[in-house]
Design a protein around this ligand. Structure first.
Ligand SMILES: O=C(CO)[C@@H](O)[C@H](O)COP(=O)(O)O
Length: 288
């Protein structure tokens, strides 16, 4: 969490004034126009008859997410990489609103996964919202690559190097949702200085780096604390060890997006898995 960062963030007086992005629950007319490098790359990546995601603004994405809560977001760490196109088709059939791309650099976490090129090559295959979860030592040099790859939601770790506030502002200035992730050993209070700078909080309920780990029970209390800190307008996600016994308690504790690897990909029928998990979450989501 040092201060030095090579990122040059455009001067943004007020986020709403420049991008039209507001709190997740806000409905508004949207004066935002997608930055050209984002729009063109993305347009060419998506086939002509797939228009839902094209040009969708951060406000639109926020509203889509809000409407779809509770959301089970398959963790693409557990996908069959030898059959990526087929896997994405199956996730589309499972009506997954969000695909969660776990980007690991082998440095911030002891594992290496994939980068923006792989994600960009999958962009044309689905209209699902792409979230890039950057488990990297320094996100600064990579942020734009993930925007250009078609990710509409970029999550950085508070524990990464550089200036988290600058990173979050950079993501928002590119028209994406800015997510802030905290590791199990980081207290919920650590997000307080960054309030107002992010759209979503991702609570890691395992140590990042690997799928298939056991849910850390203390994460429930942390979800409750995060909810108290951020209020109702910020979307809260949880990641790690999410399955049939943990998803309900996480929903009750305030989570709305559930990143699930094994609980989806270890099942023969992804659609059934997503439906069952969503149902379990819905039953314990307050106010639903
Ligand atoms: O980011 C991570 C791990 O670093 C997670 O997204 C896991 O990939 C989730 O896998 P399961 O715990 O659901 O199997």
């Amino acid at each position: 969490m040092g201060d030095a960062s090579p990122l040059r963030v455009p001067e943004v007086e007020s986020r709403e004034a420049t991008s039209g992005i507001g709190p997740l629950s806000r409905t508004s007319t949207d004066p935002f126009t997608t930055p050209p490098q984002f729009c063109q790359r993305w347009r060419t990546a998506i086939s002509r008859n797939r228009t839902v995601a094209v040009g969708m603004t951060a406000v639109g994405i926020s509203e889509t997410l809000r409407r779809r809560v509770p959301i089970v977001a398959p963790s693409m760490l557990k996908v069959d990489f030898g059959n990526l196109a087929r896997e994405i088709q199956l996730l589309d059939e499972a009506k997954s609103a969000v695909l969660h791309w776990d980007v690991m650099d082998g440095n911030f976490v002891p594992n290496l996964s994939y980068g923006a090129m792989v994600i960009a090559s999958c962009r044309k295959r689905t209209d699902a919202i792409f979230e890039a979860h950057l488990m990297v030592a320094d996100p600064a040099p990579y942020l734009d690559e993930y925007v250009q790859a078609g990710c509409q939601w970029i999550t950085i770790h508070i524990e990464s190097q550089g200036n988290a506030k600058q990173h979050l502002r950079h993501i928002r200035a590119r028209g994406c949702l800015a997510g802030l992730c905290i590791n199990p050993e980081t207290p919920a209070e650590a997000i307080k200085p960054l309030l107002g700078e992010f759209d979503t909080v991702l609570v890691m309920s395992v140590k990042p780096g690997f799928g298939g780990q056991k849910f850390i029970p203390e994460s429930l209390e942390k979800l409750e604390s995060v909810r108290r800190i951020v209020g109702s307008d910020t979307l809260i996600a949880v990641d790690g060890g999410i399955g049939s016994t943990t998803i309900g308690p996480c929903a009750a504790a305030g989570a709305e997006v559930f990143v699930a690897g094994s609980a989806v990909f270890d099942r023969p029928d992804y659609r059934q898995a997503v439906e069952e998990l969503t149902d379990l979450a819905r039953r314990q989501t307050p106010d639903l």
